[in-house]
Design a binder for this molecule. Structure first.
Ligand SMILES: Cc1cn([C@H]2C[C@H](O)[C@@H](COP(=O)(O)OP(=O)(O)O[C@H]3O[C@@H](C)[C@H](O)[C@@H](O)[C@H]3O)O2)c(=O)[nH]c1=O
Length: 398
């Protein structure tokens, strides 16, 4: 039997959960669907354990879901060519231990070396995807690999069975109700417009809560433990611990535990609209068949506003393109606009937002937006998935 392909993935947790969230998802998929022997080097096991409870933060080395997980504690150490994997991925341009890089150069068959970059809808990524970069001293070439929304990028992470699993779940009212009940939702909360809220601390959550509280229909806002803490505490009037819940006016706010990744997908599938952030939850929301608003990771000089607009442009165009020539074309514009305006305001691009009006418009468009999410998904499906695209590129290099 031939040896499996080996792959080492180096991840540093800069902040939050996206870095390890993306690396963990990719590592698992490479093992499960492609039979690759993956070693995941990660510097922060506490963050990792939050999205994957099987991880023991005290272990230097452990096997989780078929992935060898190494606690990456320092950059130094001696490595030998036989320690080096066939494919080496640095996530977000992290510095791989210098000794490991030296061993890469000493390996007879040089490894395929990729820098897996962050997701953006901006056009320039198409020109940079798969660009080579020669090592200044060693006989090694690294290639940039960009996830993205077009066929000229690496695509998005998507497990092979994801959409089938989602469809099955969304078509099964008993499964939906059991899932939401398991999170503690009452029948009234389950019947309300359910919104999952995963955002950064600067989001205008207090204004949105006000609009929901005074709105025309019940809203159940489900907030993972630790998110929008100040606003949730103010609304509840108590500490925002898991299971805490309070109803005021039309709004119920419920604090959920931070759940493992697979369960987080179910939460997105079960809600009527999702507010997501960063990169990984943003991508998962795109596979959820539900309208979503993206709270983008903030950058200096409002660079993220440009990224946000680039995405909204692409997303809106894909949806409207699919609607072109239909009688509902003009109406569709209104739905897309409702989502776009809500998203821009949520990200502070539009100041002095009229939240009751923004929510009223968006909530009136949810059904149409949900129907149209398939158009966007079909466009994404044509790009393949990131894990398979990484492997296809690596094979083309060998
Ligand atoms: C709310 C929730 C999230 N998750 C997971 C889903 C994702 O894998 C992960 C969250 O990651 P993200 O959505 O990317 O958001 P994020 O904000 O947590 O992470 C990142 O955003 C990037 C843009 C930055 O570069 C990173 O440095 C990082 O900040 O947590 C759970 O598993 N359970 C939960 O209950």
């Amino acid at each position: 039997m031939s040896q499996p392909i080996t792959l080492a993935l180096f991840c540093k947790v800069v902040d939050n959960y996206g870095d390890i969230g993306i690396c963990w998802r990719l590592a698992r998929q490479l093992v499960r669907e492609h039979g690759i022997a993956v070693t995941l080097w990660v510097d922060d096991l506490d963050s990792f354990a939050r999205i994957c409870p099987q991880v023991d933060p005290l272990l230097a080395v452990q096997q989780v879901a078929g992935v060898s997980v190494y606690h990456w504690r320092d950059q130094e150490g001696t490595y030998y060519p036989e320690d080096v994997a066939d494919i080496v991925i640095e996530f977000f341009a992290v510095d791989i231990p210098p000794g490991y890089v030296t061993a890469m150069a000493q390996r007879q068959a040089k490894p395929v070396w990729l820098n897996l970059e962050g997701l953006t809808a901006e056009e320039w990524v198409e020109g940079c995807h798969m660009l080579p970069s020669m090592h200044p001293r060693l006989p090694l070439t690294k290639h940039f690999f960009f996830p993205g929304f077009t066929g000229k990028t690496g695509g998005l992470l998507r497990e092979a069975d994801l959409l089938d699993e989602r469809d099955q779940f969304q078509r099964d009212p008993a499964a939906l109700s059991a899932f939401l009940g398991g999170l503690g939702l009452s029948a009234a909360e389950q019947a309300a417009c359910k919104v999952s809220l995963f955002c950064y601390p600067h989001a205008p959550v207090a204004s949105l809560f006000d609009a929901w509280r005074q709105g025309g229909a019940p809203v159940a806002c489900l907030v993972p433990d630790g998110v929008a803490k100040d606003e949730v505490r103010a609304f509840l009037g108590t500490e925002p611990v898991r299971g805490a819940v309070c109803t005021r006016g039309m709004l119920t706010v419920r604090v959920l535990p931070f759940v493992p990744q697979a369960e987080y997908d179910r939460l997105l599938w079960a809600c009527d609209v999702n507010i997501v952030r960063g990169e990984d939850s943003f991508v998962r929301a795109q596979w959820a068949n539900r309208p979503f608003a993206w709270h983008i990771y903030p950058q200096d000089e409002n660079l993220h506003h440009k990224k946000l607009r680039a995405f909204l442009l692409r997303y809106g165009a894909a949806q409207l393109g699919a609607q072109a020539g239909t009688q509902s074309g003009a109406q569709s514009d209104n739905h897309a606009e409702a989502l776009e305006r809500f998203t821009l305001a949520f990200n502070g691009v539009e100041q002095n937002a009229d939240w009751p009006a923004l929510w009223q418009n968006l909530s009136g468009s949810l059904d149409q937006l949900a129907c149209r999410s398939a158009n966007w998904q079909n466009a994404l499906l044509a790009n393949g998935d990131l894990a398979a695209n990484v492997l296809a590129f690596a094979r083309s290099m060998r």
